[in-house]
Design a protein around this ligand. Sequence first.
Ligand code: FES
Ligand code: FES
Length: 157
Amino acid sequence: MGKQFLTMTVNGETVEVAVEPSAMLIDVLRDQLDMIGTKEACREGECGACTVILEGMTVNSCITPAMKAQGRSVLTIEGVDDQGKLHPIQEAFIEKGAIQCGYCTPGMVLSVKVLLDENPNPLEEEVKMGLSGNLCRCTGYIKIIDAVMVAARQMGQ
Ligand code: FES
Ligand code: FES
């Protein structure tokens, strides 16, 4: 089958791309739109490195067919800042030292964003549950959870 046209909104901008029917969303973002902030690790839907927000919900873009984004809105890590000013979640990750190799960070930040949008005042246990689909091999999670609590406080002010 030939390529199909995909029209979607990425970080507020409408884009139209010709995609292979078998393409996953991560492939279109990284390879066709040069948005390499979205990371690929397991490519099996297990680690969350490739997390993006599709219509307000987190998805693993490595197992999400690109055509699922047809007519829908995608937010990637490139779109979370406010005209160059880091998002409070990003600030909190830096402040708390929650970034080591950084490979999990873009997906983690997007998952935290959805978590705090839905639950602005989470308990630590709720944060742990909310981030259970995002694996980090470096930090041991404690600093990440601290960062989420700081971000929640900042965003609540
Ligand atoms: S790369 Fe997508 S879940 Fe691991
Ligand atoms: S900081 Fe390295 S995987 Fe999380």
